[in-house]
Structure formats: structure tokens, C-alpha cells
Design a protein around this ligand. Structure first.
Ligand code: DC
Length: 230
């Protein structure tokens, strides 16, 4: 399988959808299985949000965020077995997952200057991935990589998403998690610049009734079909 991955043409896979649909687990596993790089674009938006919070930039002031958007240096490691994220040389993999960053990331990522900066970074990472890459996010198929070879849009019922996310948060209250998820989805879908959206040519996969292994198998099959047709 390794040699098949080496000889196959580079393939760019965009996986979008709201949180709790299994995007990260699926994207990492598909990339690892097919010998591709992996990019978690949500981690980049979280990283720039962490920097804003750490540097006491008011996240309710879009002009202040815009003025600071080019300052932090954000570096993503794209090995699906060990994805990393650094800001100005500091490993922020842990700090970007705090409740404070999660509650502020939608406001920061709605600022056009932030999106322009992070989108450029994402395109240059995808262009330099020799074997190809799986890029997960909210606007990858619509805005960041509209020419991706394969676009997947993952969905799931709000109940399933909240249950999964509460499990990840080790027993957090499901109702509170559901409300927080729906609020973040509404903000991410409703923003003017590059909202969470399904590309017209994306394949929609409803993961509500599927196990993670089934979703991975489904996406791997779709990638292999694309490669065979190329
Ligand atoms: O995938 P995640 O929950 O870690 O993403 C965190 C936030 O980043 C999400 O609420 C919206 C934003 N985001 C975005 O605006 N565009 C992307 N391509 C990825 C994430």
C-alpha cells in the first residue's frame, strides 16, 4: 500500500463541515492510510485567536484584530500521525483547545484580514505537499482550494455532534455542549467572509448513523475512485 501511495499522483482532498461530525478523526486517518499530508485549518484559526488573547487584543474589536493579523508566525506540521501547531516558536497544541479560545475563535476568524492571512498560508502548505494532502475546515472546498480533486462535506444531527463532543470533553453536559456547538455553527455559517458552506460539487456524507471506521472507509473509497479515474 505504501508503494501505491508513493506512485499515485498527488491528490488534494477538502473536508468541510461543522464541529462534531468526525472531521478531524476522519481526515487524519484518511491521510495516514493514503500516505498524504494533513492540515487542520481550525487549529490555525485557534492559534491566531490564542495569540490575540495572549497579547490582550480585544476580540470584540475587529479593527484591532485586523491590525494585528499579520504579526504572529503560525507554523503547522502536516504529519497525520503527529500534527503540530506552533506560534512564534511556542507549541500551542494544548492552549488552543481551552474554553476561552473556543469561545472567541468565531469572532477572530470572521475578520477578513485574518482569513486572507490564514488562507494564503493554507494554499502554500497545500501547494508544497508532494504526495497530496487532506485539508479539513469550513471553507476549504468553497474558498481555499476550489480546485481540490475531491470535496467532502460531513454532516450529523446536532444530537450526535453534541454527544461526540461531550465524550471528547470527558463527560461535559450534553445540552450545554449542544447549545455551544449550535451557537458556534451559526456564527461560522452566518459570517460575511467565507462562511461554513458546502461546495456545489462536494459529496455530502451524513455521519449520524455511521461509525468512525465506516466514515473513513467511505472517504478512502471516494479518494481511490478519483485517483483511478485521473
Ligand atoms: O475545527 P475547529 O472547531 O477547531 O475550528 C475552530 C474554529 O475555526 C471554527 O469555529 C471556525 C473557524 N474555522 C474557520 O473559520 N475556517 C476554517 N477553515 C476552519 C475553522
Amino acid at each position: 500500500m505504501e508503494s501505491a501511495a508513493r506512485t499515485a499522483p498527488a491528490v488534494i482532498v477538502a473536508i468541510d463541515g461543522p464541529s462534531g461530525t468526525g472531521k478531524s478523526s476522519t481526515s487524519k486517518a484518511v491521510a495516514a492510510q493514503l500516505g498524504l499530508s494533513y492540515l487542520d485549518t481550525g487549529a490555525q484559526y485557534r492559534a491566531i485567536t490564542w495569540w490575540m488573547v495572549t497579547n490582550e487584543i480585544d476580540v470584540d474589536d475587529p479593527a484591532a484584530i485586523a491590525a494585528a493579523a499579520s504579526k504572529p508566525e503560525i507554523v503547522s506540521g502536516t504529519d497525520p500521525l503527529n500534527p503540530t501547531i506552533h506560534v512564534d516558536g511556542t507549541d500551542v497544541a494544548g492552549p488552543i483547545r481551552t474554553q476561552e479560545v473556543t469561545s472567541k475563535v468565531s469572532a477572530v476568524s470572521a475578520v477578513p484580514e485574518v482569513r486572507t492571512r490564514i488562507t494564503e498560508l493554507q494554499r502554500s502548505i497545500a501547494a508544497s505537499a508532494e504526495q497530496g494532502i487532506v485539508v479539513e475546515g469550513r471553507d476549504i472546498g468553497t474558498t481555499v482550494l476550489p480546485d481540490a480533486d475531491l470535496k467532502i462535506f460531513l454532516t450529523a444531527s446536532p444530537e450526535a455532534r453534541a454527544a461526540r463532543r461531550s465524550g471528547e470533553l470527558k463527560g461535559a453536559d450534553v445540552n450545554a455542549t449542544r447549545e455551544a456547538l449550535l451557537k458556534r455553527d451559526a456564527a461560522d455559517s452566518g459570517r460575511k467572509t467565507s462562511p461554513l458552506a458546502k461546495a456545489d460539487d462536494a459529496v455530502e456524507v451524513d455521519t449520524t448513523e455511521l461509525t468512525l471506521a465506516q466514515v473513513i472507509e467511505c472517504v478512502v473509497t471516494l479518494v481511490e475512485e478519483k485517483r483511478a479515474a485521473a
